[in-house]
Design a protein around this ligand. Structure first.
Ligand code: GLA
Length: 692
């Protein structure tokens, strides 16, 4: 009985935390690079001083300084050193480490250590351990074994963060905070389930409302008590699945805010971030980011080589969380240890990747990690120095980057990425499609990237933002798979078109409502009237289907939507060829002009060549031009714009050297002098400044 009371009290505590103070976006956003003298473009590394005797620190910091490293991220796994016993904090060693780094001109980002609770903590408070979905209680010995919804864990992480903030919140060498590390694991214990049920009650108000909106009369799912609602994560009522994900996201936000609220009042000139994971979809990153000053992510290739499109889109996704420059908080120095084959990136590729990061809007690139712990789960991971403490071959490439960042930093200071094209991305939609793919090969991220690649090639800059973001600054907005469309998002899109914007909708858009239920209108739901057409039927495909029309002849794979053009103004752009009988000669893409704007629906998953033509059509129709002008295939262009002009970063990902002729003379920032063209070897980089 007592346990029951405690768990109810706990769930109410968390619910209050979730519902109070979480209503609006964070009030004051700090600058990316604070007023401390830290360089505007930062090369950094993850450093674990707690793993080494203090007598060794200077040698490491000296080597970092020689490589042009100006930032270390420390502390995120050092809880057992920071609080060796319950309530006994020892931060002197960290103070020494921050000061030692400062003596080498190196700034510190402190990670709060919630991702790796000490053994005494889980032994004393076993309720802080997470329960896996199969009911197994996690245990000490790895990391992320904590329950992100547990009030005791919240109390302990808050006290820890407070101690750190009091000690380092005014330290001029500490420029920022990383909360925890890569939020991911959640818990399926009974107390968390009770919190979820309370969350549902707060959201839906009455069971009648929940039952109606989830259509629980289906399969006798009707609930007569909140405590009957289960947790389901992959197969279940779509409204329940989506609610669980939203609860998970809100709980991560509350977990983070719990620490943020003790750091902010105790610090100044320091940003707060957390390191996210690109396409990872364990929670809604828009929900969690809104309380942060800075978005950052951990950018790993794993097996193979950099795919500049999929990876570039992940940068743009991260930039879109707060719609401003971001940090790459971790990236691989050559190789990782966790992929199928942990190959080392080619000579020059790590440097090319760093400039690709900066081009997409990163103001810092930080290598994980400086040196391997002599024991531990990640002995094989790439580093900048070896177990013997001397540089590995890649160190010289990092050193080159250090010198280049020092040269380019002042030129890039104050610049950011500005795009004429936006792609809309939503976690609700990705989850909804992934739970009911209907064709196992239907990967919503792959579908998004199929639009992103040709659009980026043409526009040389693309934003990826949430469907509720302001859109009026864009000439072209593309929503590849906006499956779940809320009323507010639908209105945002309609207003955009009515004010002269060009909107392109892709497959599966506008099918679901806010509860992941079917819209009562055919796709694209609330946009049917504006489109003057709709989806008559969708077909999962075993084989590609031919399509032809304004964008030439090609195919659609995985999925095909049979469209109809009902309004006289709605034009058919593409039609299906001979197929299953249903699709034969039916519209595959339609468009309608609306005042100065337009709305287009593409029902086919176009092959790359047809998609390139479609992208050309979209950009021509909306007046989008390449920011720099034509460049050879394989050369990536990244414009960063500021008050004084534009800085163009160029990286050659082609397999052969390339020459780029510039539209006007520009300053070569890395080599010096004014240039009209640049020669780029394989993985070659140029940073060019064009004054306004
Ligand atoms: C993640 C973690 C790091 C480290 C790296 C290894 O990004 O945040 O602690 O484990 O992976 O690639």
């Amino acid at each position: 009985m007592q346990a029951f009371n405690i768990s109810r009290a706990s769930s109410i505590f968390l619910l209050v935390l979730l519902l109070t103070g979480l209503a609006g976006p964070s009030a004051v956003l700090a600058q990316t690079t604070p007023a401390t003298g830290a360089p505007p473009l930062i090369l950094g590394t993850a450093w674990y001083p707690e793993q080494w005797p203090e007598s060794r620190w200077d040698a490491d910091l000296e080597l970092m300084q020689k490589a042009g490293i100006h930032m270390v991220r420390v502390g995120e796994f050092a809880w057992s050193r920071m609080e060796p016993q319950d309530g006994q904090y020892d931060l002197d060693w960290l103070d020494h480490a921050v000061a030692a780094a400062g003596r080498h001109g190196i700034y510190t980002v402190i990670g709060t250590p919630g991702a790796a609770p000490p053994a005494w903590l889980t032994q004393k408070y076993p309720e802080t351990l997470r329960t896996e979905e199969n009911g197994r209680k996690d245990q000490h010995g790895n990391r992320e074994q904590f329950n992100w919804a547990n009030p005791k864990y919240l109390e302990k992480t808050r006290l820890m963060a407070q101690e750190l903030a009091k000690r380092f919140g005014h330290n001029p060498w500490v420029i920022g905070w990383q909360i925890d590390n890569e939020y991911g694991n959640v818990s399926f214990d009974d107390a968390t389930k009770a919190q979820f049920q309370d969350w549902l009650k707060a959201r839906y108000g009455t069971l009648d409302n929940l039952n109606t909106r989830w259509t629980t009369s289906y399969w006798s799912e009707t609930y007569s008590n909140w405590n009957q609602v289960p947790i389901q994560t992959s197969y279940g009522n779509p409204g329940l699945l989506l609610s669980w994900k939203r609860f998970v996201s809100d709980t991560w936000r509350a977990y983070q805010k719990n620490q943020l609220d003790v750091i902010r009042p105790n610090s100044e000139h320091q940003f707060i971030t957390t390191n996210m994971m690109g396409w990872f979809d364990g929670f809604d990153h828009y929900t969690v980011s809104q309380d942060l000053d800075l978005a950052s992510w951990d950018d790993y290739v794993g097996t193979g080589h950099l795919d500049q499109y999929r990876n570039g889109a992940a940068h743009d996704l991260t930039r879109g969380f707060l719609r401003k420059n971001f940090w790459v908080m971790e990236t691989q120095p050559g190789s990782v240890n966790w992929a199928k084959v942990n190959n080392v990136l080619d000579k020059g590729e790590v440097r090319a990747m760093a400039w690709h990061d900066v081009g997409h809007g990163a103001d810092a690139v930080s290598y994980w990690q400086w040196r391997s712990a002599l024991n531990g789960q990640e002995e094989y991971h790439g580093t900048l120095v070896g177990a013997d403490g001397t540089p590995v071959p890649l160190y010289s490439e990092a050193q080159q980057l250090g010198q280049e960042f020092a040269k380019a930093g002042p030129v890039l200071a104050g610049t950011s990425v500005k795009s004429d094209v936006a792609i809309l991305h939503s976690y609700d939609s990705r989850w909804a499609i992934n739970w009911q793919r209907h064709n196992a090969n239907y990967d919503p991220v792959e579908e998004l990237v199929s639009y992103y690649k040709p659009l980026r090639d043409i526009a040389q800059s693309v934003d990826i933002v949430s469907p509720s973001a302001p859109l009026s600054q864009y000439k072209l907005v593309v929503a590849p798979g906006l499956n779940v469309l809320s009323d507010a998002e639908g209105k945002n899109l309609i207003a955009y078109v009515e004010q002269g914007g060009n909107l392109v909708l892709g497959q599966r858009t506008g099918m679901k409502d806010i509860d992941n239920g079917l819209q009562t209108e055919r796709q694209p739901g609330p946009l049917v009237a504006l489109l003057g057409g709709r989806v008559e039927q969708y077909y999962a495909l075993t084989d590609p289907v031919a399509v032809s029309g304004a964008w030439g002849a090609g195919t659609s794979k995985e999925w095909a939507e049979q469209l109809s053009a009902k309004d006289a103004d709605t034009k058919v752009l593409m039609r299906y060829g001979k197929s299953n009988g249903w699709l034969d000669d039916q519209p595959a893409a339609i468009t309608r002009k609306v005042g100065k704007g337009s709305i287009t629906y593409i029902g086919a998953w176009l092959d790359p060549a047809s998609m390139a033509k479609a992208a050309k059509w979209m950009t021509d129709a909306s007046g989008v031009k390449p920011k720099l002008g034509a460049v050879p295939e394989g050369v990536d262009v990244y414009p960063r714009e500021g008050d004084h002009g534009t800085v163009y970063i160029l990286v050659n990902f082609a397999k052969t050297p390339q020459t780029v002729t510039l539209p006007a003379a520009m300053q070569d920032v890395l080599k010096g002098g004014s240039v009209r063209s640049v020669e780029l070897p394989v993985y070659g980089v140029a940073v060019l400044s064009a004054a306004r």
